[in-house]
Design a protein around this ligand. Structure first.
Ligand code: NAD
Ligand code: 0WE
Length: 255
């Protein structure tokens, strides 16, 4: 059993119960960690607070990661209230809907900027804010997808952003390693979350993954949660800068 008693974890990216971030928060909570959950805006506040009531001792904070002032304010509050932080989970990705519909060739400068700001730069900003609180070492995790290395139709600028995110994981791991702060990514197979459901043809994609993956099925939110728990724990003390696939083996297949 992994024991995260006396550890504090902050999780970004909970929109609803289907969120990968929620699956991760539950596993961390079951292992005994104190959970701090952030939600993006006022619109998500009520649902987030209702859900958080299920996690004993958890606290909710609002933070839009495109806003430096909100990030600064959040970490100033955390420093005051908790002093120390051990685990940070970044489960955030966004590109304007048009960029995931049109040909990749048509990607606008503004859509490229937004996708990279929200999906990539935010990991750098959050890591920089969190590192000074990780005084006993730490584990930083983010979520990526196969479309970073292979062309997945319509994933478009998100694929380019995920490639940048995976490189960012390596550069952050190198910068933070001497402080015993590890930085890793989980590459999850497709899961029917809010962000994924907005995409046309998700049903067909899930069916094809099920057929082609070595395990003959799709991955579950709870399985991504378990891997996150492992990577956040001391069991993974020798792992940093890595991308761990949690996709029922889909990525190893050539055909
Ligand atoms: P989700 O919609 O539940 O989560 C996305 C989260 O990003 C939401 O909570 C949203 O509020 C947050 N977000 C967007 N813009 C933000 C901003 N400016 N400030 C703060 N938060 C913001 O969907 P999900 O599938 O759980 O996505 C989580 C992560 O997992 C994303 O990085 C996604 O790319 C990745 N991922 C998803 C899948 C999948 O198939 N669902 C597969 C692999 C990787
Ligand atoms: O990373 C993702 C989803 C990312 C995402 C989704 C949306 C939908 C709503 C980012 N931005 C937006 N913007 C919106 O306005 N996934 C890994 C899930 C996903 O998205 C795809 C996929 C898969 C899988 C898009 C095209 C093809 C496959």
């Amino acid at each position: 059993m992994i024991d995260l008693k006396d550890r504090t974890a902050i999780v970004f990216g909970v929109a609803n119960k289907r969120s990968i971030a929620w699956g991760i928060a539950q596993k961390l909570n079951q292992a005994g960690a104190r959970l701090l959950i952030t939600y993006q805006n006022e619109r998500l506040k009520l649902e987030a607070e209702d859900m958080i009531a299920e996690l004993p001792g958890a606290e909710a904070y609002q933070c839009d990661v495109s806003n430096d002032a909100e990030i600064d304010r959040l970490f100033a509050t955390l420093k005051e209230k908790h002093g120390k932080l051990d685990i940070l989970v970044h489960s955030i990705g966004f590109a304007p809907a048009d960029a995931l519909k049109n040909d990749f060739l048509q990607t606008s400068r503004e859509d490229f900027r937004i996708a990279h700001d929200i999906s990539v730069y935010s990991l750098i900003a959050l890591s920089r804010a969190a590192a000074p609180l990780m005084t006993a070492g730490g584990s930083i995790l983010t979520l990526t997808y196969y479309g970073s290395t292979k062309v997945v139709p319509n994933y478009n600028v998100m694929g380019v952003a995920k490639a940048a995110l995976e490189a960012t994981v390596r550069y952050l791991a190198a910068d933070l390693g001497r402080r015993n702060i590890r930085v890793n990514a989980i590459s999850a197979g497709p899961i029917k979350t809010l962000a994924a459901r907005a995409i046309g043809g998700l049903g067909l994609m899930l069916k094809s993954h099920e057929e082609r993956s070595p395990l003959g099925r799709n991955v579950q939110q709870s399985e991504v949660g378990s891997t996150a728990l492992f990577l956040a724990s001391d069991l993974a003390s020798g792992i940093t800068g890595e991308v761990t696939y949690v996709d029922c083996g889909y990525n190893i297949m050539g055909f």
